[in-house]
Design a protein around this ligand. Structure first.
Ligand code: IVH
Length: 699
């Protein structure tokens, strides 16, 4: 190809991919298949590999994250990022409207109501339509430069769409405002020389759940709520890790703008942002009276749980921008806007005790034992207290009346003590200085740089840890040993039959016969499953070892990169960090684990009993399901989930957990629930086991 042609092809591919990213991540309406998308992407990145000068900062290939930084640079905001005043009652909304009316006595006021998104505020700068700098709010005047992290968020355009001429529409006509077709006069289609947009970054509810499952499975503390998870993600110094977290961004405001006329209303501004390629709040209401405002707040409350982000309020904004300028701001917040805060789902109960759970990695987690109470349709009798610092900060005592709260899907947490109900008979909880499971010494360490102090039992032989490690090894996602659940493992450990995972391979029918409720048949099945685990893939072994911070995706990356367990163990920290998804924290943890003599001995024993230490069947085989995505739901008549997944993967397909338009097949069994409904709604092909086996046989 001639250079000009190569250039044109590159531009064409980049434009196409941007448009598909927009359809998928902003509109949630993909128009091509995964394979077609992957083909375009591959062609683009190959073109850039051959002609590196074609790679621009706004190329779709620039979202994978780059080398970690040692700190974030400060960014001064050209206009301060203000906060909002709050209203907690209808009366306070009325007073707010009256206050604004007093500031603008001659004007007929009109308003918008938007969801208040519980994420992390960010400000993004675009120069001539290209994303250049993105920052956190910081103290409102100066924030942290998190550009590299923001670039990994697919719903953030790296290059803006050419603005469209907006349709002319009379104001006041649509209420509530839907996703399109609102605003006043048409805007001139000019790409602004400078545009700063402001909004929130958050983790979707499903993304939050997935991230926490992953963290727990690799021995990390789960994040307390989606907001903390988003904050923890955006503060990562390694943008390659950020790229693996399913962050989303929604925009609702402007900072500095040069070189284009400003939209004259909030509604028009949102429409403009959408046309430039940004995701904006799901619903916006347009209101002319206090009563309409109150109705909109109520309506938003009824629908807000269906959004992909958590909301804790409704933001009321004066719609016409010129009137806002006249109303002005205080140093802290604008006078023309207010956030109505919804009451969180809370309940009051008595904290009858505090127990300590010891996890697989030795982490001590205090748990509140509560008098059972009903909270958002479920009975709660335990709540997490997170860690010792949290207990102290909230001054929680046994016998206290406490407020518990549940946000979204999260485990209930103790919010605060009702001090007025203290009688004086409450007792302080002494956080144990030694492990409640083994009496071993407890030490405190700052956890993965995410400012959490975790107390850990330092005794590797602690029975709680031993149990946890063995259960983890047997888990479905690891070595998949059937029967190796809590009940059996705690007996094996209590009877001294198993001290580490290598001991599992030395169990005999005779030794198992000493356990309660263990018939000959179950013993045989268990031993059979233990034996089968010897040929599991290397990544399952790496994951099963329970190395701190090594989840299944990191284990897969390590297995893929190093091919044998010995090579993983022999790699230096530097070499380890060159592996996909592996930053310094993980690399150091892996290296530390392999340096411990007991672990070396464990590995030698596992090798001696014949475990598979090399890579096999890991890469997607180029089979007939190559590029096809499956979701499994319900119980299949003969295949287990694992067997079905193994078949799919062996034929080159992929199994994912949630249904989207990108899903090719939903394999449904009996008692299939919401996934099946969603598949039907999205028109995804649903097959049963017989059809699935037929498909497999055809190939
Ligand atoms: S407007 C000058 N709109 O809530 C007005 N803020 O508690 C600036 N927030 O600092 C904000 N959703 O970070 C606005 N729809 C929304 C919002 C929103 C969430 C955040 C924002 C703000 C904070 C105030």
């Amino acid at each position: 190809m001639a250079p000009a042609e190569i250039h044109r092809r590159h531009e064409h591919l980049a434009t196409l991919i941007r448009a598909h990213d927009y359809d998928y991540y902003v509109l949630a309406n993909p128009t091509i298949s995964d394979q077609e998308y992957d083909r375009l992407y591959r062609e683009l990145s190959e073109l850039e590999k051959e002609h590196p000068d074609l790679t621009t900062p706004d190329s779709p290939t620039q979202r994978v994250g780059g080398a970690p930084v040692s700190e974030f640079k400060p960014v001064a905001h050209r206009t301060p990022m203000l906060s909002l005043d709050n209203a907690f009652s209808q009366q306070e909304v009325r007073e707010f409207v009256a206050r604004v009316q007093k500031l603008l006595p001659q004007e007929t006021l009109e308003w918008t109501v938007e969801p208040k998104i519980d994420g992390l505020a960010v400000c993004l700068r675009y120069e001539s339509g290209v994303f250049t700098v993105g920052a956190t709010r910081g103290d409102g005047t100066t924030g942290d430069d998190i550009t590299a992290n923001l670039k990994t968020i697919r719903s953030i355009p790296l290059k803006l769409n050419v603005p469209q001429n907006l349709p002319l529409q009379a104001p006041h006509t649509v209420s509530p405002l839907a996703g399109s077709g609102t605003g006043g006069e048409s805007l001139r289609p000019a790409m602004p020389a400078l545009l700063e947009v402001r909004g929130e970054v958050f983790l979707s509810e499903s993304g939050f759940r997935r991230l926490n499952e992953e963290r727990v499975s690799c021995g990390d503390e789960p994040f307390e709520n989606p907001r903390n998870a988003a904050a923890g993600s955006l503060k990562q110094l390694d943008s390659r890790i950020v790229a693996t977290r399913p962050l989303v961004a929604v925009f609702y405001g402007l900072g500095a703008v040069d070189g284009t006329p400003l939209p004259s209303t909030q509604a028009q501004m949102l429409e403009w942002l959408r046309s430039l390629g940004f995701k904006t709040p799901d619903r916006v209401w347009h209101c002319a009276t206090v009563q309409e405002l109150l109705d909109a707040i109520k309506e938003l409350d009824a629908v807000r749980r269906s959004f992909d982000y958590e909301t804790d309020g409704a933001v009321i904004k004066l719609n016409p921008v010129p009137l806002r300028d006249r109303a002005g701001s205080t140093s802290k917040a604008p006078r023309w806007s207010i956030a109505y805060k919804y009451a969180p789902q809370q309940a009051q109960t008595v904290l009858s005790g505090i127990t300590i759970q010891v996890g697989r990695t030795g982490a001590l987690t205090p748990v509140a034992e509560l008098e059972p109470v009903l909270l958002s349709r479920s009975t709660i009798s335990r709540a997490t207290l997170h860690n010792e610092d949290e207990l102290r900060r909230k001054d929680i005592r046994i016998g206290d009346t406490v407020i518990i709260e549940k946000k979204g899907e999260v485990i209930p947490a103790v919010v605060r003590v009702v001090l007025e109900k203290r009688t004086g008979s409450e007792t302080c909880f002494e956080f144990p200085r030694s492990c409640p499971a083994c009496g071993g010494a407890v030490s405190r360490s700052v956890h993965s740089g995410e400012t959490l102090v975790v107390a850990r039992c330092g005794n590797p032989d602690c029975p709680a840890q031993v149990r946890g490690r063995i259960e983890h090894w047997c888990a479905r996602g690891a070595m998949d040993i059937e029967g190796g659940g809590e009940a059996l493992v705690s007996q094996l450990v209590a009877k001294g039959l198993v001290k580490n995972v290598a001991d599992l391979y030395e169990l005999t029918p005779e030794s198992l016969s000493r356990l309660d409720r263990m018939g000959e048949k179950s013993a045989q099945n268990f031993l059979e499953s233990v034996n089968q685990s010897k040929s599991q893939d290397l990544w399952r072994l790496v994951f099963g070892l329970g190395i701190l911070h090594v989840g299944s995706s990191v284990a897969k990356a390590l297995a893929r990169r190093f091919k044998t367990l010995e090579a993983v163990g022999a790699a230096t920290v530097e070499t380890l960090t060159t592996t996909e998804d592996v930053g310094e924290v993980i690399a150091a943890s892996v290296s530390r684990w392999f340096a411990i003599p007991d672990n070396q001995e464990l590995i030698a024993r596992l090798r001696a009993v014949g475990l598979n230490f090399g890579v096999e069947k890991l890469e997607s085989a180029p089979g007939p399901f190559l590029g096809k995505t499956f979701v499994l739901t319900g119980t299949l008549p003969s295949l287990s989930r694992e067997q079905a997944s193994a078949k799919i993967e062996a034929l080159g397909g992929k199994v994912t957990s949630s249904v989207s338009k990108k899903t090719d097949f939903v394999l449904a069994g009996s008692d299939a629930g919401s996934k099946l409904e969603k598949a039907e709604r999205l028109g995804v092909r649903v097959i049963d086991e017989a059809q699935f086996l037929e498909l497999c046989r055809q190939h």
